[in-house]
Design a protein around this ligand. Sequence first.
Ligand code: FAD
Length: 430
Amino acid sequence: MFRIAIIGGGIIGTSIAYFLAGHARDPGSIVLVEQEQDVSKHTSSRNTGKVHAPFLYDPVKKKLFAKAAALGFEMWEKYAKEKSLPFEQDGVLEVATDERGIDRLDKYMEWGQKNGLAKEELRLLDKGEVAAMEPNVRCEAAIYCSKDGSVDYGLLTKALLQDLKSFGCNVLLGHRANSISYDGIYRITTEQGRQIDAQYIVNAAGGNAMDIAHGMGVAKDYTDMHFRGEYWQAPAQYRDLTKLSIYSVPKHPEYPFLDPHWIVRVDGRREVGPNAVPVFGPHAYSWGKNLSDMIPKILESSRTGARKVFFDKKFLSLASVELKSSLSKTAMINRVREFLPQIRASYFTKRGTSGIRSSVIDKEGRFVSDTMILKKDSSTHILNYNSPGATGALPMAAMMASQIMEAGFLPVAERPRTLWEASAVAARMA
Ligand SMILES: Cc1cc2nc3c(=O)[nH]c(=O)nc-3n(C[C@H](O)[C@H](O)[C@H](O)COP(=O)(O)OP(=O)(O)OC[C@H]3O[C@@H](n4cnc5c(N)ncnc54)[C@H](O)[C@@H]3O)c2cc1C
């Protein structure tokens, strides 16, 4: 019998286990259950690796992520330093290629200031100033944000795993939670035949979290749709093309389609991506796996709000652009050539590692903008946990762990073993 079982060893589940085990009087009363043989095998190590500055997030509509991104930078910087893992404060340029984009930049400046960025950390640049800073970039205007970083979230998650194991937390790898029953306490039965009894469950199963929530009678009015983000690795001759990562203002922010970026990775590699290709499952990295997920997802979509999305002409037209950029390398690279005209598709020969995001749709067929943290009985469900989910993982986890402890589900030790006191971080998230 465990006090708390956390399902999913991605960056958020592992961070929650880190805070709970780091504060528990008995860390052995907590178990982290992960279906793979290691943590962060899915989205948490298959992303762009950016510690996003909070200027991109509406402080009202994306309140949780705006707060989490603001805190995430200093927390990851401290944690990476503690573990001698790479953390580069390398900055980002957010470019507008037309008038509408410039209006959006004005909005970002306002959000950035409201979300706590200092004036010297966020600068609006005109065309000439951009040319002086990054001569190969073409745009009408841009925001330069110096407080944006690059990391390897897969490595950071693995370091958290080592920490929570050293605190005494139980970790069950290679076990997929299959069914969950509730009779005052929860019983999780894994596909591999183990039974885990727990008083409290945290559902942090990433792309599978919605299915688990539905199985437990939560979020019945919602469903999800999966989008594969693909990358192309840039050849060595493009290494000096820019110093900064270059993002372009999203043309359709109400949909989960960002335009691909020019990325400077923490290890120095340059990449183009990600696009956002609709796929049928959270692990559909290959077209074969995608086909096997197709029938169940289509059946589910026909019963939920997702079916309305298929009558949304704008969504369909945007999705077709994404599909085209999946099938054609030239179509993908051309999207970045809009602001970095020197690159040539023919020089790109290697794909990068793709990752899948799962976006939640309400019963009206609208995409939900913020993350959803839902509670029922003695369970917490983390849904729609998309970008900047990795950036915000530590503050979000501290907040959720603090709520669970405050509700009396876990007797706490006198002194935390973590780098931060969870309740102090939670207070800054309020
Ligand atoms: C292309 C792309 C680029 C991104 N770039 C960035 C970025 O630059 N910066 C940023 O901050 N965010 C970024 N994000 C978002 C960020 O990566 C995610 O928000 C974050 O990784 C989600 O973490 P997670 O723990 O919820 O999911 P996951 O990493 O998917 O973890 C879920 C875990 O649950 C496990 N699991 C699932 N079902 C079960 C089950 N039944 N039993 C046991 N275990 C189970 C899975 O194996 C997995 O390990 C990006 C996302 C994508 C897709």
